[in-house]
Design a protein around this ligand. Structure first.
Ligand code: ZN
Length: 140
């Protein structure tokens, strides 16, 4: 469908109207939540939210969302692949998947990138990658 290699991912300035592109929206702060969108011009098919800490080499997959009408065509898998390639050899974890059957079925197909209980480093905690209020009560 699309080459997910980091070199093929573009910034906003590399977007054109004709091709399917993986567009990177860098995080506002280091180790904060960045976004990779799968887009055709300005139409967003879906996006993945992730946090990468280059110091501790920890990566957290925060969320994947694909527009309903674009589902079941591999967009979600492409987004997850694009995310993991940005954090190759990082220690990956994910936010809890929850019970939504669509989400559960998606991860069963694609395969989890790491344990579905995040272990953020101090930078990721500082950048509020993992919502503080639920950090202790729900996830551990
Ligand atoms: Zn860190």
């Amino acid at each position: 469908m699309i080459d997910t290699a980091v070199e093929r991912q573009v910034m906003e300035s590399g977007v054109d109207e004709y091709g399917l592109r993986l567009v990177v929206l860098p995080p506002p702060v280091s180790a904060g939540i960045g976004v990779i969108q799968l887009r055709l011009g300005h139409t967003v098919f879906g996006e993945v939210r992730l946090s990468l800490c280059p110091v501790d080499r920890r990566a957290i997959l925060v969320h994947v969302e694909v527009e309903e009408k674009h589902r079941r065509r591999g967009a979600g898998r492409v987004l997850v692949n694009a995310a993991t390639k940005r954090g190759a050899k990082f220690d990956w974890s994910m936010l809890p998947i929850g019970r939504d059957p669509v989400t559960v079925a998606f991860w069963a197909r694609v395969g989890a990138v790491g344990p579905a209980s995040p272990h953020p480093c101090t930078h990721q905690v500082e950048a509020k990658v993992v919502p503080a209020e639920s950090r202790w009560t729900k996830w551990w």
